[in-house]
Design a protein around this ligand. Sequence first.
Ligand SMILES: Cc1cc2nc3c(=O)[nH]c(=O)nc-3n(C[C@H](O)[C@H](O)[C@H](O)COP(=O)(O)OP(=O)(O)OC[C@H]3O[C@@H](n4cnc5c(N)ncnc54)[C@H](O)[C@@H]3O)c2cc1C
Length: 424
Amino acid sequence: MKIIVLGAGVVGVTTAWFLREEGAEVVVIDRQDSAGKETSFANGGQISVSHAEPWANPHVLGNVARWLFKKNAPLLWHFRADFNQWRWALEFLRECPESRTRKNVAAILNLALFSRQTLQNLREKEALNYEQSTRGILHLYDDERSLKSAHNALSWMQELGLDRRFISKEEALHLEPALKSAKKNILGADLTLSDESGDAFLFTQQLAQKAKEKGVEFLFSTRAQKLVAQDDKIAGVVIENAENPDSTLLTADAYIVALGSFSAPFLQALGLRLPIQPAKGYSITLDLTEQSVAPLLSLTDDSKKLVFSRLGNRLRVAGTAEFNGFNLDLDEARAQNILNETLEWFPQIHHQGDPHFWCGLRPATPSNCPLIGKTRFENLWLNTGHGTLGWTLSCGSGFLLSQMLAQKPLKGIFAHRIFPFLER
Ligand SMILES: Cc1cc2nc3c(=O)[nH]c(=O)nc-3n(C[C@H](O)[C@H](O)[C@H](O)COP(=O)(O)OP(=O)(O)OC[C@H]3O[C@@H](n4cnc5c(N)ncnc54)[C@H](O)[C@@H]3O)c2cc1C
């Protein structure tokens, strides 16, 4: 069976890997010159099952009201004359009541647990090294509001089998001594020892290389223009690259769309409406000097919605969400604000060279549940819409989709198709 995977981000590459493991002939197409160069490039690095609570939750409306007119707010909504954006906003509101949030937490958490285990198995089997750390993730709260709102989600996650638990400030400082010099007042903390972190870009590049060695074909610097449909099937994908400037039709038995935020406009021409909006986020990466007192543990500042990951000698800090279409302009002030917050937490950090500022577009669905499964075209599949958790969910999503394409029965919690991402 020949399968074309569109997109070589962390989701496309893991999908290609597991399809190849199932014996498929796989071709991956990406407009960049190598794998993982867009949203998977400099994300927060967390493999965070503990982050399974979606943005759409009962507390978000209070937060949005507080943040609405603040330039440095963690979440910014730019009002645009875009019908899809407004429809997405309405769908987002529908996901906010507690009953919906709870269902979404369960779906995301189950996939995240499975995905983390799949990543661990893959890492061991293929001896992957991507500056990973397996010390866990510590959530920090420096205001009462965010601490209070963490309680529900934390107890749901515990019920679903996650080892996330509140710990004292003293235990937090003991686990991460670099916090002792923080200018922030830690009011509470919780720890998920089984969570991890690592560089998604290094992982994606390494796995792509290994996939190539196993026979996966990568067509880089190649743009997928459109899919050509014939009745209820896809007949091919039109591509263009330097060798084929006049565009060529590539054909396969099945096609998988893993184009991140661009999956939605790409499929619009076929009449498929994916509920995905690009949510721009920022990261900064600091090359640490030896004198730096920097965290080794991966951290989440739950009040400011920032995540910190130690990647070898580098510290990556990421966060913020801005809904402003596909705009990828880098607002220095917003990145600088992340740097300022970092120095509030860790005043004794010193870095060599300029900080690396970056921004990327999270493919956000209203519920933060990804879209994994078949479309109404019988040979067109989706693996996209992973929002805030694409790195965490990638291995599990890739594996699941490979099982669906191989027509293998889904086992365990995935057998009943009770999760929204399997129903589409
Ligand atoms: C600031 C920030 C912090 C984050 N932190 C975390 C975190 O800590 N943990 C976590 O789990 N997740 C995190 N995420 C989310 C995660 O990075 C994304 O969900 C994930 O990278 C999405 O992967 P993807 O493969 O779907 O998309 P992408 O990585 O964007 O891949 C899509 C690919 O499609 C290609 N493409 C698009 N259109 C075309 C076309 N027409 N033709 C050919 N190729 C095309 C692109 O070049 C790209 O390589 C974060 C995201 C951001 C922005």
